[in-house]
Design a protein around this ligand. Structure first.
Ligand SMILES: [Mn+2]
Length: 416
């Protein structure tokens, strides 16, 4: 007998058409493999969808494929992830469960501060499944604290515990800050602990417990996951063969696109130099038919981050045939603006302080734009631009009003 363990598909996480298709292709591939290899059932341990109300086009495509699986007499079992859960049980997962496409395998009740879970038994194999769904921000921790573990441990037979949380003892490197639960929160003596939430394939056997396994994602939806893929992380799912115990666990790789990752360090260079070097590097990268990920980080010695023409870089790579380009510049800063520290009692005061502190960094020739006068002018202009459209006002009237006020303030009438 064998079952498939799939997790973190995050269907619908990408709006970009190419990534959206890759994401669906990966999911379809996994399900087709499950049919081809004649698994007895499929267990999806959360984040099947990226949100509780995902893109309906994506849902439609995924449902068609899942229906094919179910027609082959392969049932699908699901638990919520941190992304597709709904506090009042009205997520897409609930709708599809109500429609009979798959079964949610989390059943339990809280009584006197104690959570009692009921096993779900797969009719074909007799496997007993029980699980705890995720809740946003790792709130499922509370459930684990209330869990009546003893009752679960006493249950005979082949048992699977499904969950969607990080385990402190089995955390991948670089995710040490991630919320997790200690291994001791899990009931002992299960044959297989089917984990979701960790976007990497991890597996370990623990004394007193069985095998704790995370298949990772089917496709890397987040830029961060794509970077991991580019560094060699394989994407796939698990096929677990079993009899009275686990016999074999196979990681089935799902083919994905080719990646190229380029890390650029900008520290100590000014914006002109950074622009020049990045343009040159993008011209040299072999980008054809690849997902190109560029990370620009560090503190530039001069100039502004907006001096760097990221649109141009993107265009260069697209023209070279890149499937998709992602430029990550969250860690790029510049020394010129390094004194930016939001200080003040309220938004207004913070804005005033920021303008005053930084007006010196802006090079202008007009006297009225310098110093205290310049700061005052900038604040007044910001006030005008922050106005919202009034009820009954057309978009055109609104735009004209803001434009007129701004021109008046800047005393630009004569020029125009
Ligand atoms: Mn996830």
């Amino acid at each position: 007998m064998k079952f498939a363990h799939i997790s973190d598909c995050h269907l619908g996480s990408n709006k970009e058409p190419l990534l959206k298709n890759l994401e669906l292709d990966a999911f379809h591939y996994a399900l087709e493999e499950c049919i081809r290899r004649k698994v007895d059932f499929i267990l999806i341990t959360g984040d099947l969808f990226h949100s509780n109300i995902p893109d309906l086009g994506v849902v439609n495509s995924a449902v068609k494929k899942m229906k094919e699986v179910v027609f082959q007499n392969i049932p699908i079992y699901v638990i919520y992830g941190s992304h597709d859960y709904s506090p009042n049980e009205t997520s897409m997962v609930d709708i599809l469960s109500s429609a009979g496409l798959f079964t949610k395998v989390v059943r339990g009740e809280v009584k006197d501060e104690k959570l009692t879970l009921q096993f779900f038994t797969d009719p074909k194999t007799g496997v007993k499944i029980v699980g705890i769904s995720a809740r946003r921000l790792g709130l499922e921790k509370k459930y684990f604290e209330m869990l009546d573990r003893e009752a679960l441990e006493k249950e005979p037979g082949f048992k699977i515990f499904a969950f969607h949380s990080g385990i402190t003892e089995l955390k991948p490197k670089g995710l040490s800050l991630m919320e997790s639960i200690p291994l001791s929160y899990l009931p002992k003596g299960f044959h297989y602990y089917a984990g979701g939430h960790i976007h990497q394939h991890l597996m370990q056997r623990f004394e007193g417990y069985g095998l704790v396994a995370y298949p990772g994602t089917t496709f890397a939806g987040y830029p961060r996951d794509m970077e991991d893929s580019a560094r060699g992380e394989k994407r796939g799912f698990l096929i677990v063969s079993f009899g009275s115990g686990i016999e074999n666990v196979e990681f089935v790789e799902i083919p994905g696109p080719e990646y190229v990752l380029f890390d650029y360090e900008a520290t100590g260079k000014n914006s002109a130099k950074v622009n020049e070097e990045l343009t040159k590097k993008c011209g040299e990268l072999s980008a054809e038919n690849k997902v190109v990920l560029i990370r620009v980080s560090g503190e530039m010695s001069g100039g502004n981050t907006t001096d760097i023409d990221f649109t141009k870089l993107r265009n260069i790579l697209t023209q070279k045939g890149a499937l998709y380009v992602n430029i990550n510049r969250h860690n790029l800063t510049t020394r010129e603006y390094q004194t930016l520290r939001p200080m003040g009692k309220d938004v207004g005061e913070i804005e005033r302080n920021l303008f005053r502190e930084n007006i010196g960094a802006v090079k202008v020739s007009v006297e009225s734009l310098k110093g205290e006068r310049g700061a005052k002018l900038a604040i007044d202009l910001l006030k005008i631009l922050k106005q919202s459209q009034k009820g009954g006002e057309t978009k055109k009237d609104y735009e004209n009003r803001v434009l007129t006020q701004a021109i008046d303030l800047l005393e630009l009438k004569e020029v125009l």
